[in-house]
Design a protein around this ligand. Sequence first.
Ligand SMILES: Nc1ncnc2c1ncn2[C@@H]1O[C@H](COP(=O)(O)OP(=O)(O)OP(=O)(O)O)[C@@H](O)[C@H]1O
Length: 730
Amino acid sequence: MAGFLRPGERAPVAFGLSFDSDRGEAGGAAPVYNKNERLALAEQRRRLPIYAHRTELLYLVETHATTVVVGETGSGKTTQLPQYLHEAGWTQGGKLVACTQPRRVAAMTVAARVAEEMGCRLGQEVGYAIRFEDVSTPGVTKIRFCTDGVLLREMMSDPLLLKYSVVMVDEAHERSLATDMLLGLLKKVQRRRPDLRVVISSATIEAEKMARFFDTSNVRRPRAHAELPAEGAAPSRSPALMSVEGRTHSVQVHYLEAPTNDYLTAAVEAAVAIHREDLPGDILIFLTGQDECETVVRLLEDEGRRLQRSKLKWRLKPVALYAGLPAAHQLGVFEPAPRGVRKVVVATNIAETSVTLEGIVYVVDSCFAKQRCYNPLTGLESLLIAPISKASAAQRAGRAGRVRPGHCFRLCTEEDYESKLPATTVPEMQRSDLSGAVLQLKSLGVDNIMTFEWLAPPPAETMIRALETLHALGALDLDARLSRPVGTQVADLPLDPPLARMLLASSELGCTAEVLTVVAMLSVQSVWAPGGKREVDEAKARFSVAEGDLISYLNVWKAWGESGRSKKWAVAHRVMHRSMLRAADIREQLQAHLRRLGLRQGSALEGVSLLDHAEALTTVRKALAAGMFINAAKLTEELAVKLSDQQDMGASVYRLVRSAGGDAAAAKLRIHHSSVLFRCRPQWVLFYAAEQNDSGWYEMRDVLAIESAWLTELAPHMYRLVPLNPQLRR
Ligand SMILES: Nc1ncnc2c1ncn2[C@@H]1O[C@H](COP(=O)(O)OP(=O)(O)OP(=O)(O)O)[C@@H](O)[C@H]1O
């Protein structure tokens, strides 16, 4: 971030603060309630700021098609509103109340909390649904928490959401791609279902915009759907806007005295400084990704061992929390720490909204997050580490004041916070590849994508690029309609279109076993345990093959399987056991999806003789290529300049093959140093993801070496043989 120190100028972490000593109970304190203390729980519910607005809220929902609720974090929107609606009768007659969350972990943990408050088992009256997991009981569940993505998928089989009487879109201001799609679709559904109520919870900054978007009071209503007569008096079509005043506990915010350019070390130092104060309370650290979280956990473990000699009251127990962890591990992080232990949760922004980690008194915020970034000209999407918005920072700070007063330490100066952090994050839809979203909208019957009502329209180039991609994958026909069966099947699979396409190809080519493994491994964030570059390179070398990362994953999977899925084996080989478990879980789910679609399954490599092995492997590579051919790159004769001190000099330069002369060709690529092909210089490669570095280079990850002939064979509509363009030589 400009204004922060330049490399080499590291400032010591100094907050100039003093802690108050009356901050609650012991670190990692036991929960303030347990299952038998229902009365205490009921009392706690009544103390939440939202309780004073219960009657008014219910009146507004009754009388308005849409209600926008604004309130401080922790005021009780997520946990209480669905319960109020249930208590007021909105779940009678077999209907459900849905509450959507942008993130899985929030859906799971909030559902668990609400089930506890209602005194029922999770999955009974209160349930949740996330991708690959549904914990609810048809006919019994009344309140269903789910990710916004899951509700979108549900609309494929229930386009009018007839199961639901109320849909609450929580954290709508986060403007995730799925939330934006959902808002547009809900507005469409409301035209056909005047009885459906939409409740939107949003930060103040976006609330008016949401209310304006849902205001249809001036639009002539089409005749209600024949089967769906409106019950009672029709609700107002002007949305109600309601503000819930007050918050539960205060959070004191601290800033660095001088900026830092190394937020990982600063985070560790901050956690250690808090710990050394020897006051009670758990710590939550926000970083940007899995590797950072695992690295900081390791550093804190080392610190913890050193600190044991200092005779402090609590022992440090760092734990990681990020999206790539299996659900059971994520939930384990929410367990209260035992007596004498101070839990330090090292998380990505998945812990930013809606979640309550009970013992947390201190939040340490790097003020950075990984953000998707899409360039429609090159068609390349990458993840960039960028400063978060002030709205996100407020959410993060809010994790400290949930059950007692807390502190938030931002790892930047107050001046930088004020001047460098934007007020809100750019909506995901405006910085993402939209091919998956367009495909889903098409499968939901939105034929003319250009006229779909968005809260704010996505860039036209991005839409055009999405249509081109889907057409190239064979998911859309020449009239931009969903093709059959490919388009409908790709839409049916809960995967990005390229991954779904390779699974379909693997069924045709008889290698689903292998491609399922690769797709599952690509769906987890990182297969390798973090560590020094040399250590990780050595670990990878044992599984590396000249065909590239994707085929190397098959070797890892096989060896892990042969070890009996042993954790010991994983640790010895620097493989992330938890990532492997999650991959196994995803693989199983996808296999079930293929079965449901009636697709043939088989293995190309199983039982194949050594002699036929290469040919069988080519089959697998071709199936993978059938989904990835758009991202084809060719080696050039250029050498990359030195990019940074840590990276090797003289890496090979690749160019995108598609539209050789245009903008895409201008994008220079190199193989990421983490790839097993980094030093191999294959002539032609496909890559699953690319990351843009600070120098503007795209670094290819998850690379597959291919033969050029496959491109014209698999995608003749996109590639044809031409004499070598002299431009490519330069
Ligand atoms: N698992 C839990 N354990 C203990 N208390 C909890 C738990 N979940 C919620 N609470 C309590 O309920 C309060 C309200 O939480 P809720 O998630 O409903 O607030 P919210 O207004 O939706 O906030 P946010 O926008 O931050 O999600 C919290 O501040 C906390 O005091």
